[in-house]
Write a protein that binds this ligand. Structure first.
Ligand SMILES: [Ca+2]
Length: 529
């Protein structure tokens, strides 16, 4: 497995000059002109030549302070919009027709659509761990969806995207669902975010969820920083979440328009139980689900409008994607994976291939589509490349894919393959680096087996099915994983089996009773905490 110290981004890079610390002091900080003035002596009555010398000294002082700021302004702002449980075909650019998504349509027209962009695991906490650390989530001890009582979370020693960009003086903020540990020490403000507003975990871990047994969940809190600011959210509070998160993001952009910033907007919707504000209630022909997507589209529009208003379009990378595929058992309250097989909670394409858009005016070619395979774990090293930041010394799994993102001629995926783990360290599938070939390894998975899902927020029951022997799929010609072509391509099966073995040696695999050598422990609450 490649280590951060051996990857493409690992050339030692100069640390920030001390002056950047002055320029990037947290707001409200001194304005550049004020800082310059603070360094000037008072101007007594002096000989004209002395006045000239003072003036020259002042000019040089101001110049040295301003120069680093100008150099720094070349680093892009980054906004990641992470939707919860949105399916591959749930937005206009990916085929949704039952409701309009004009802002996402515009984002696709002004940016690039990625049709083969994946998450490493098809479930909330694990997926978020991969996005934020550039690691396969099982490498860092995070799997599944952490419950409110979980006593573990993202280890303090892991490096998040927020901590990465802070090394370069970025302002960092987050709104929305965290889900990487509820005890205070694991919350976003302890992982590199200057500010945070949101839910510590999923909005269905809630006493009012229609399926929640009495006493199963504590009251669902709203958190600001690392303090609970509302102890028990009700339905109307959930109705306001999309609006509230969006307003926070817009305010953050406004406040930080003059310095590089990173904002992570992790919406709670369209995870069940679905909620929407009055702005969009009843507005779609697809019920509450369509209404909620329309509100998310509105949210994207607000972000793009804020960037435009502050003239940041050509210096801001905006990424839109989802943490896993649709929760199909919820039927009319679930999204659609379109042509893809299965959904959330499976390593079929419907579970991990996400509707993804990226926009950076002048850098990412507008109105284009990429079919190259990429994964959220690649974003941290790609961002490190963009801002010239050092990668962590510990091993990570993602690699810089910027040449693929911008469509450089001849660009190739730098990986040996991608691994899809699920449950507690079960290696269920692997793909070739170009994303064409996928080997489904023997494992059990959940399926509705052709039945429709539930209605009104009550799910249907899944059945368990099994992949008995490894199955090979040609995703270029069969994106729906309908025809096992293992018998026709034995060499490809062998190649992917070898990659799977390499992953088992590194990260282990409970399905073949293997222990890996490269895994790390999550953070845990200790008695002294
Ligand atoms: Ca999710």
């Amino acid at each position: 497995m490649r280590r951060g110290a051996a990857g493409a981004n690992t050339v030692p890079r100069p640390r920030c000059a001390p002056l950047e610390n002055i320029v990037l002091a947290p707001r409200p900080g001194p304005r550049i002109a004020d800082v310059g003035r603070a360094h000037l002596p008072p101007l007594p009555l002096l000989h004209p030549l002395k006045i000239l010398r003072h003036a020259l000294a002042a000019f040089v002082t101001v110049l040295t302070l301003v120069t680093p700021l100008r150099a720094f302004s070349g680093r892009p702002n980054i906004v990641i919009i992470f939707i919860d449980d949105m399916g591959y075909a749930d937005i206009g650019p990916f085929g949704a027709t039952a409701y309009p998504t004009p802002n996402l349509d515009r984002m696709a027209a002004e940016g690039r659509k990625f049709t083969n962009f994946h998450v490493p695991q098809p479930v909330c906490s694990a997926s978020r761990a991969g996005l934020l650390t550039g690691c396969y989530p099982n490498r860092i001890g995070i799997h599944g969806a952490l419950g409110p009582a979980a006593k573990h979370g993202l280890a303090a020693t892991e490096l998040t995207v927020a901590e990465l960009v802070k090394q370069k003086g970025y302002a960092t903020g987050m709104a929305g669902k965290w889900h990487l540990g509820t005890p205070k020490q694991f919350l976003p403000t302890h992982h590199g975010f200057d500010e945070y507003l949101g839910l510590p975990y999923s909005n269905d871990m809630w006493p009012r969820h229609p399926e929640a047994k009495a006493g199963a969940y504590p009251p669902l809190p709203l958190i600001e920083g690392d303090h609970v600011i509302k102890t028990e959210l009700g339905h109307e509070d959930q109705n306001q979440l999309t609006t509230q998160y969006t307003e926070r993001a817009v305010k953050f952009i406004e406040q930080n328009q003059d310095r590089p910033f990173f904002f992570y907007l992790a919406h709670s919707m369209v995870h069940v139980p679905l909620h929407v504000s009055d702005k969009f209630r009843g507005k779609s022909t697809r019920g509450l689900f369509g209404d909620a997507v329309m509100e998310l589209d509105w949210s994207v529009g607000e972000i793009l409008a804020a960037l435009k208003k502050h003239h940041l379009d050509d210096n801001t990378l905006v990424i839109f994607t989802s943490d896993n595929g649709p929760w199909l058992s919820y039927g009319d309250h679930a999204g659609s994976a379109g042509p893809l097989r299965e959904g959330k909670g499976t390593c079929w394409e419907g579970g991990t291939r996400e509707p993804t858009l990226m926009r950076w005016t002048g850098k990412i070619p507008a109105g284009t589509t990429s079919g190259d395979m990429m994964m959220t774990i690649d974003l941290l090293p790609t961002i490190a490349h963009l801002i010239d930041a050092p990668l962590p010394a510990h091993a990570i799994d993602g690699l810089n894919v910027w040449p693929l993102i911008v469509g450089e001629p001849g660009a190739k995926n730098p990986h040996d393959g991608y691994a899809f783990y699920y449950e507690q360290n079960a290696l269920q599938a692997v793909t070739s680096p170009d994303g064409r070939w996928k080997l489904q390894l023997p494992h059990a998975y959940r399926t509705l087996n052709g039945r429709t899902g539930g209605t009104g927020g009550i799910p249907a029951k899944y059945e368990n099915h099994t992949v008995a022997t490894a199955e090979l799929y040609d995703l270029v010609h069969d994106v729906g994983e309908t025809s096992n072509v293992a018998a026709q391509h034995p060499a490809m099966v062998q190649q992917l089996e070898a990659f799977a073995e390499k992953m088992r040696a590194e990260l282990g695999d409970v399905l073949t009773q293997r222990k890996g050598s490269g895994s790390r422990e999550p953070g845990r609450v200790t008695k002294s905490d």
